[in-house]
Design a protein around this ligand. Structure first.
Ligand SMILES: [Zn+2]
Length: 564
């Protein structure tokens, strides 16, 4: 048996080798690439920036009941709970157009990052690879353009903080936003990057709002982090960046981890000019008492929002996970000579076990609500010949659920069922527990604030579309008719009301999971086409990108602004 088991012990499939890099300075542009680009947008970034700078001075024929953004004593301000996310009606026409333009620029940023790769043929950025460093240089420019103070920490996370002079109006605990800059091999253009750049444009809009009204102040500092590693491709350890910030990097011994070329993580840090001293890395860790929370925007990587026909949704929890390996031991024999009633066929037994797992998962009460999913993703058989009854098989079982108690019940049930089947079929069955992680519940405060943020974005878009419509009817022609970028004559508005804001669970782990060890978390999911991710086919509609940025902006309005 040990021989057979050894046969199945699959070597880790590596493959990616990020070249040994020298630090790349800021300002390095994107490389020429034969890869397909993301969908193009309505207006080039430079034009958008130019218009942003000039629209404030121009009076476009925007047919609002014109109320410029000097909302003194307006009803949208609530001193106890910050500024209402429903402040669209408090904004003047110019400000709304500028907010839309900034939100739409998220798409331009995604385009730039989609072209920065370590490969000429596909998108690939691993931990501190040359491509990652070039991408971070671009992100740094955008952060600074948004008014953030930036710095790179010693594991390569890029931070950008919005601060104000003097006392914060609530407390000095920081509200963190962010996601990861690294990708998988041949990855998509949105996984990770969307969370970084939508946070930058949302904070840029927050600053715009702040500057538009002297009575407003920051409740607390807001910081965007582009984490250097989440996918774990290079060192086979996920969440390297966010684990440094949440303070669990050193205790996991990552400095000694080696990549496929044999370089240690410590030597890679040194090569790119970062400090690999434990003392400096320990300083990256943020203290619980200094943090207000962490909120991440991420593509859903699943089909739920698409099936609900909604661009964005709030994540209520990141599912817990159990991973098991099942070994089924029977007896090999001649396919022609052993009668059916005398066989100990491990494939037939495994097939029954696997369909039973699927049936139980489907039948389980409230399984849909709790995002209970069971997957057998790996199956091996020995000896694997058409004329031999298979004597050995093994397979993986991955069970995820937002509710840990339910997951525990399902795991027990599956174990019981598999043992019953093995007994009846006269095969031996051994179940090994490989991994178990509890679910991570989002902060109810953030869940509600993000829900209100989506509603606020919907209201803001409604106000914007209303103004465009009036402008179209009453003229004169608008020189910048499409600041939201959805295409002239097309509406950015979507069908939604208070009761239909999606609140869903995440079956995948994210940086938020690592950050939950040190602070409350919240997440906003963005619809992606057919749920496809970790693939060049990954796609998010530009309008959904804009809506994500607006929703996060409206979340920030309520969580990070306060009127005097
Ligand atoms: Zn991701």
């Amino acid at each position: 048996m040990s021989k057979a088991q050894a046969f199945f012990n699959r070597a880790l499939k590596g493959g990616e080798v990020a070249p040994r890099a020298r630090a790349v300075g800021p300002g390095v542009g994107s490389m020429v690439s034969s890869r397909p680009r993301r969908g193009r947008l309505a207006a080039p970034l430079l034009l958008g920036t130019f218009l942003l700078a000039t629209t404030a001075a121009l009076s476009f024929p925007f047919a609002f009941a014109a109320q410029e953004a000097t909302d003194e004593g307006d009803s949208g301000i609530c001193e106890e709970d910050g500024v209402s996310a429903h402040d669209a009606y408090d904004l003047g026409e110019t400000l709304i157009r500028d907010v839309m333009r900034n939100a739409n620029a998220t798409n331009e940023y995604l385009d730039v990052l989609a072209d920065i790769s370590d490969s000429d043929f596909h998108l690939e950025r691993t931990f501190l690879s040359p491509g990652s460093l070039r991408a971070l240089a671009s992100v740094r420019r955008w952060m600074e353009d948004a008014g953030l103070r930036t710095w790179l920490d010693s594991v390569g996370n890029l931070h950008g903080r919005l601060e104000q002079e003097g006392e914060y109006r609530d407390d000095a605990r920081v509200l963190l936003l962010g996601s990861h800059i690294d990708t998988v091999v041949d990855g998509g253009a949105y996984d990770g990057t969307l969370g970084i750049v939508s946070a930058i444009t949302a904070v840029k809009n927050l600053k715009l709002r702040l500057d538009s009204d002297a009575s407003l102040g920051l409740r607390r500092p807001v910081e965007v982090i582009a984490f250097s590693d989440e996918e774990g491709l290079r060192f086979k350890s996920t969440f390297l960046g966010s684990r440094a910030v949440s303070g669990t990097f050193l205790k996991n011994g990552y400095l000694q981890a080696t990549d496929s070329k044999g370089y240690t993580l410590a030597s890679v840090l040194e090569t790119v000019g970062l400090s690999n001293s434990e003392e400096d890395i320990a300083k990256i860790a943020m203290r619980r008492e200094d943090l207000y929370g962490y909120v991440e925007v991420h593509i859903e990587q699943g089909p739920v929002l698409q099936s609900l026909n909604q661009p964005v949704g709030v994540v209520s929890a990141i599912s817990g996970q159990t991973r098991m390996y099942v070994q089924v031991d029977g007896f090999s024999g001649h396919a022609g000579t052993v009668p059916m009633d005398q066989r100990r066929d491990t494939i037939a037994a495994s097939a029954e076990m696997i369909t039973r797992i699927e049936d139980k998962c489907n039948e389980f009460p409230l399984s849909r609500e709790n995002m209970l999913v069971c997957t057998v993703g790996e199956f091996n058989v020995f000896p694997g010949a058409s004329n031999v009854i298979p004597g050995y098989a093994n397979f993986s079982v991955d069970i995820r659920c937002k509710d840990d108690a339910m997951r525990g019940e399902v795991v027990s049930l599956v174990k019981r069922e598999l043992l019953q089947i093995s007994k009846r079929r006269k095969v031996e069955c051994e179940i090994q527990m490989k991994h178990s992680a509890e679910s991570c519940q989002s902060s109810p405060t953030f869940t509600e604030s993000l829900r209100r943020g989506i509603l606020g974005a919907h209201e803001l878009v409604g106000r914007y579309e209303e103004a465009r419509e009036k402008s179209r009817k009453t003229g004169p022609p608008d020189p910048d008719p499409d600041p939201g970028g959805q295409g002239e004559g097309e509406s950015l508005l979507w069908d939604m009301n208070e009761a239909t804001v999606p609140v869903i669970a995440s079956g995948a782990g994210h940086d938020a999971l690592a950050m939950s060890e040190v602070t409350p978390i919240g997440m906003l999911f963005v619809r992606c086409r057919d749920g496809i991710s970790h693939s060049p086919l990954e796609h998010v509609e530009p309008r959904d990108v804009t809506v994500a940025s607006l929703s996060l902006y409206q979340f920030l309005v309520s969580e990070a602004l306060l009127a005097a």
